[in-house]
Ligand binder design. Structure first.
Ligand SMILES: NC(=O)c1ccc[n+]([C@@H]2O[C@H](COP(=O)([O-])OP(=O)(O)OC[C@H]3O[C@@H](n4cnc5c(N)ncnc54)[C@H](O)[C@@H]3O)[C@@H](O)[C@H]2O)c1
Length: 265
């Protein structure tokens, strides 16, 4: 790999949000090449993308994958996460979850960011950027006990790391995706009508998010345009962390029905 090419390493980049991040980083000219660290090591049909089999819960596996890359990246995306147990995408572990499963949730959805950053971080140089995939589940209390706690820890850790890495010219931020119908949500709510009725209707913009929505934010935070931003978590959630949509206020404040809103007059 040429010394002049800008490199990103993206964990969990084989599918879902991570794959969209890989494409956004390349297409928006943030980097020239990407190496994906993932349990899924199917090749991706793009000569700029290399897939390296890696289990981010295993420090030796991360070390071996990084050794195979052979150079420090300018961008590191700690994105791998989800359900470490059943493999069916269930995240709603309850308050009295089996402690071993609870630990595995915390490990995959938080500790791995530390594992990967502790292996690669010491080699990062001035101008490098790290982005972590948290979740709005880390910003709002929900039935996702272990998952939410893990993502909340990631948000806090991102702030602490920003204070350490800042003087070295290295930025670290996080994104908090809202609701995206990737593998995770397909498993959690397979019925699309129930998903729209019970989930999407509670988002102020009345729309769920796409992998590209999240990937655009990651590409921005890792780009030079975000050179003054570090330690932040950006929610891309259609307004969900602000609360549920409020109906009726528009009509009572304006005295007009929505159909007679000014843009439609
Ligand atoms: N989908 C959503 O609605 C949503 C919302 C908020 C946050 N997130 C977060 O976004 C990230 C990506 O989620 P997604 O929806 O794209 O899920 P996904 O299951 O489609 O993709 C996750 C990727 O991570 C990889 N991975 C899992 N465990 C790994 C391990 N131990 N080592 C290496 N790779 C591993 C998987 O193989 C997969 O390619 C996760 O951190 C998730 O918690 C997703």
């Amino acid at each position: 790999m040429s010394q002049h090419q800008r490199l990103a390493i993206v964990t969990g980049g084989a599918r879902g949000l991570g794959l969209a991040m890989v494409h956004a980083l390349l297409d928006q000219d943030v980097v020239d090449r990407v190496v994906v660290f993932d349990l899924i090591d199917d090749p991706i049909d793009d000569e700029r993308i290399t897939v390296q089999r890696c289990d981010v819960t295993d420090t030796d596996s991360v070390g071996a994958a990084y050794a195979a890359v052979g150079e420090a990246p300018q961008v590191l995306v700690n994105n791998a996460g989800g359900d470490p147990g059943s493999g069916v995408g269930a995240l709603d572990h309850g308050p009295f979850e089996d402690p071993d499963q609870f630990r595995r949730m915390l490990e995959l959805n938080f500790t791995t960011a530390h594992v990967v950053t502790s292996v690669i971080g010491p080699d990062l140089t001035d101008g490098a950027a790290i982005c972590c995939t948290a979740s709005i589940a880390g910003q709002m209390a929900s039935p996702l006990f272990a998952y939410g706690a893990a993502k909340s820890a990631m948000i806090h850790w991102t702030k602490s790391m920003a204070r350490v890495l800042g003087p070295r010219g290295i930025r670290i931020n996080a994104v908090a995706p809202g609701i995206i119908r990737t593998f995770l949500w397909e498993q959690m709510e397979p019925d699309i009508d129930r998903y729209k009725r019970n989930v999407v209707s509670r988002i102020p913009l009345l729309s769920d998010q796409t992998p590209e929505d999240i990937a655009d934010a990651v590409a921005f935070l890792c780009s030079k345009r975000a050179r003054s931003i570090t330690g932040q978590t950006l929610a891309i959630d259609g307004g969900m962390t602000a609360g549920e949509p409020i109906y009726g206020s528009w009509e009572s404040a304006t005295g007009r029905a929505w159909s007679s809103a000014p843009t439609q007059e």
